[in-house]
Design a protein around this ligand. Structure first.
Ligand SMILES: [Mg+2]
Length: 360
């Protein structure tokens, strides 16, 4: 089997509402989709994205540059192609645009490999879980009014979620504490409640406010500090009973190794595109397993659900439906879980009308 054609689509995918966190304010996900075709008639897909059309153009240029490393190759040798591509991006570096671009190709290649085997990606990777615990992530933004927060928390429960994530890191931390208190009170003690600071605090604030938040039984406190402050994050994690999560902003599985060595957090949440795709994510999950730590995910719910379902230490999946419209059907959520599609590959097909509609 050979990869015969790779089509690269540049898209501007509108977000349901502008995203505001302690460090973001965006209305579109500027997305680069890779459609990888074989001589056996199979089609695999992967995507990467940035906030900002020019930045996405840089991603697309790097994808184009890496396409020759995949064309004409057997998609079932995904790891071998990743290894060659990782070597090829050495000069540009193993962080930033290059691994993100590679991730779209690597993910499409694994999708194809699983399709070639006639198996869902989770089973192709040796896993057997058919659903993974997930949390609702597309909401509870930092700029919401209290009423909006409470209404959306209720909505998430109505959609079948049993865990959800709030963004915090407001200028006055006392407001964060009050907002968490009100949401916890509204959803009750049995719903998983996670908070994400999006790197908005310094170490002293993280420990002080983190201690005030201990009363609310949070599932985790995410990215309390700038992501590269591993030692500071380790001190925050050691000071708190609430688990600390981080890792989404760092690049390559070896960055996850550095986080583990520093004991930077209780949970790592590698990001599929910053890992360079499925290959790097699998390596990151295995490293976490070797350190007796759970692994979570960041965005890319369509592929990450398979990867967490296949990982013995897979903890909880970030459910982010921003790219649902790219596919002919969305992932299903039931009773706090995402149901892993049981069709070959990632089990989702790109929607041709969506590719046309979102064309950048
Ligand atoms: Mg986050």
């Amino acid at each position: 089997m050979k990869i015969t054609q790779i089509v690269v689509h540049r898209l501007s995918v509108p977000l349901p509402r502008p995203v505001r966190t302690a460090r973001h304010d965006h209305a579109h996900a500027d997305t680069v989709v890779v459609e990888m075709r074989t001589d056996a008639g199979l089609v695999g897909s992967g995507y990467c994205f940035a906030f900002g059309a020019h930045r996405a153009r840089a991603l697309a240029a790097l994808v184009d540059d890496l396409v020759p490393l995949y064309e004409g190759r057997d998609p079932r040798a995904a790891r071998a192609h990743f290894t060659a591509a990782w070597r090829a991006i050495n000069f540009l570096g193993h962080a930033g645009v290059a691994p993100m671009a590679l991730s779209a190709l690597d993910t499409a290649c694994w999708d194809l490999a699983a399709r070639a085997a006639g198996l869902p990606l989770v089973r192709h990777l040796g896993g057997d879980r058919t659903r993974v615990p997930a949390y609702a992530s597309a909401g509870l933004w930092i700029d919401y009014s209290m009423d909006e927060l409470l209404a959306e928390a209720e909505q998430f429960l109505g959609q079948g979620h049993r865990a959800m994530k709030m963004r915090i890191g407001r200028a006055r931390p006392a407001e964060d504490v009050e907002r968490v208190r009100r949401v916890r009170e509204a959803v009750g003690p049995d719903v998983g409640l996670l908070v994400d600071v999006n790197q908005g605090w310094d170490e002293a604030t993280a420990i002080r406010v983190g201690r005030e938040l201990e009363a609310f039984g949070l599932s985790w406190l995410e990215e309390p500090l700038p992501y590269e402050d591993l030692e500071g994050c380790a001190r925050v994690a050691a000071a708190l009973t609430t688990p600390v999560a981080t890792g989404e902003s760092d690049y390559g599985s070896l960055a996850m190794k550095r986080h583990l060595e520093a004991r930077a957090a209780d949970v790592l949440m590698p990001d599929l595109q910053r890992m360079g795709g499925v290959t790097g994510f699998l390596d990151a999950a295995a490293l976490c397993q070797a350190w007796h730590q759970p692994v979570s995910s960041h965005l890319f719910t369509e592929t990450s659900c398979h990867l967490l379902a296949a990982a013995p230490n897979g903890l909880i999946l970030e459910h982010m439906p921003w790219w649902d419209a790219l596919f002919t059907e969305p992932l299903s959520v039931a009773d706090g879980h995402v149901l892993v599609p049981e069709r070959p590959g990632i089990g989702l097909e790109l929607s041709a009308p969506a590719l046309a509609r979102f064309k950048a």
